[in-house]
Design a binder for this molecule. Structure first.
Ligand code: GUN
Length: 308
C-alpha cells in the first residue's frame, strides 16, 4: 500500500516552526496581521476563509475579516484594498477567489500591494517566482513542495505531470517543480490522451477540479500522487457513477448528505508509492503556507531578514 502523506502532520510541523517567530514579532510590538476579504456567499470559500481566520487565532496572528456582499463593485473592492494597503498593522492581504463574476479580478489582484500579497498572485510576485527571485509563493503549490521535501520525495530528474493549468495552482505548481529540476508536463482539458501523459509521471499532481478524474490506470507503479482536488458530490447518482454498487460510500453519502472527493479516485491508488488523502492532504498545507507568508511579510516590514 502507498505511504499516506499526512498534510495535518506537516502543517503542525510548519506551524510549530512559525510559533517562535510570531512570538519574537509580538515582543517587538509587531504582531503579524492578516486581512481576508470574502466577497459574496460562496459556501466553499466561506469554509476556507473560516479555517484561515481560525489558524491565525491559534498562531497569534491578528486577523481582519471583511465580508462585502455578492453585489460589491470592482471600485468598492479597490477602495477596500487601498485602505488595507495603507494600514501599518496589516502585513498580508488575501482576497479570496473566485470573486463574483461582475468583478474585475485582475484589477483587484493588481491593486494589492506586492509586499502584502501573501497569496503570491500579484504579477510582480509571479515574475519573481518565475525568475527564482525571493518573494511570496502561491500557498497551495508551495505547500505541496513542503510536503514533498519533508517526506524526502526526490524531485530532481523526475517526471512531474501537473493536471490543471489554473493561475492559483497548476501554473505555479509546474514552475516550482521545474525550479526543483523536475521534467514537467502541464495537462488540461484539451490534452489528447490524459491517461497516457499521467502514466509517465513519477510525481502526479491533480488540480483540475473534476471528481475522481484520475483513475488507477493513469498512475504509474510507485508514483507519488498529490491530490489538490476538493469536490463535493451532492447527488446519489454522482456517487453511484464513481462508486458503483458500493454500499459503504452510498451509506456515507446518505449519512452526511454529500461526499467530499478529490480529483483522484480514492479506491484506485493501491499501486502508488505515496498519496495524499482528501481531506487531510494538501488542504491543511495551503493554510500553513499562508501563515508562513504572513509571518515573513511581517518580518520584512520589521526590517528583519526572513528565515529561509
Ligand atoms: N481560492 C482557492 N484557493 C485560494 C487561495 O489560495 N487564495 C485565494 N485568495 N483564493 C483561493
Amino acid at each position: 500500500m502507498p505511504v499516506l502523506l499526512d498534510g495535518k502532520k506537516i502543517r503542525d510541523e510548519i506551524l510549530a516552526e512559525l510559533r517562535p517567530r510570531v512570538e519574537a514579532l509580538a515582543l517587538a510590538a509587531r504582531t503579524p496581521g492578516l486581512a481576508v476579504v470574502l466577497a459574496g456567499g460562496d459556501p466553499a470559500s466561506a469554509i476556507y476563509v473560516k479555517n484561515k481566520i481560525k489558524a491565525c487565532g491559534e498562531l497569534g496572528i491578528s486577523s481582519v475579516h471583511l465580508t462585502p456582499p455578492e453585489t460589491v463593485t470592482t471600485d468598492e473592492l479597490l477602495a477596500m484594498v487601498a485602505q488595507l494597503n495603507a494600514r501599518p498593522d496589516i502585513d498580508g492581504i488575501l482576497v479570496q477567489m473566485p470573486l463574483p463574476k461582475h468583478v474585475d479580478a485582475h484589477r483587484i489582484l493588481l491593486a494589492v500591494a506586492p509586499d502584502k500579497d501573501v497569496d503570491g498572485f500579484h504579477p510582480c510576485n509571479i515574475g519573481n517566482m518565475v525568475s527564482g527571485n525571493p518573494g511570496p509563493r502561491p500557498c497551495t503549490p508551495s505547500g505541496v513542495m513542503e510536503l514533498l521535501r519533508r517526506y524526502r520525495i526526490a524531485i530532481a530528474g523526475k517526471r512531474a505531470v501537473v493536471v490543471g493549468r489554473s493561475d492559483i495552482v497548476g501554473k505555479p505548481m509546474a514552475m516550482l517543480l521545474l525550479h526543483a529540476h523536475a521534467t514537467v508536463t502541464i495537462c488540461h482539458s484539451k490534452t489528447v490522451d490524459l491517461a497516457a501523459e499521467c502514466r509517465r509521471a513519477d510525481i502526479l499532481v491533480a488540480a483540475i477540479g473534476r471528481p475522481a478524474l484520475i483513475r488507477g490506470d493513469f498512475i504509474k507503479l510507485g508514483a507519488t500522487v498529490i491530490d489538490v482536488g476538493m469536490n463535493r458530490l451532492d447527488t446519489a447518482a454522482q456517487v453511484e457513477a464513481i462508486f458503483p454498487d458500493n454500499q459503504e460510500k452510498q451509506q456515507e453519502f446518505l449519512r452526511k448528505g454529500s461526499l467530499l472527493l478529490g480529483d483522484v479516485h480514492p479506491l484506485e491508488t493501491a499501486h502508488a508509492g505515496a498519496v495524499t488523502p482528501v481531506p487531510g492532504g494538501v488542504g491543511p498545507l495551503t493554510i500553513a503556507m499562508l501563515m508562513a507568508n504572513t509571518v515573513a511579510s511581517a518580518e520584512q516590514r520589521l526590517g528583519r531578514a526572513p528565515v529561509p
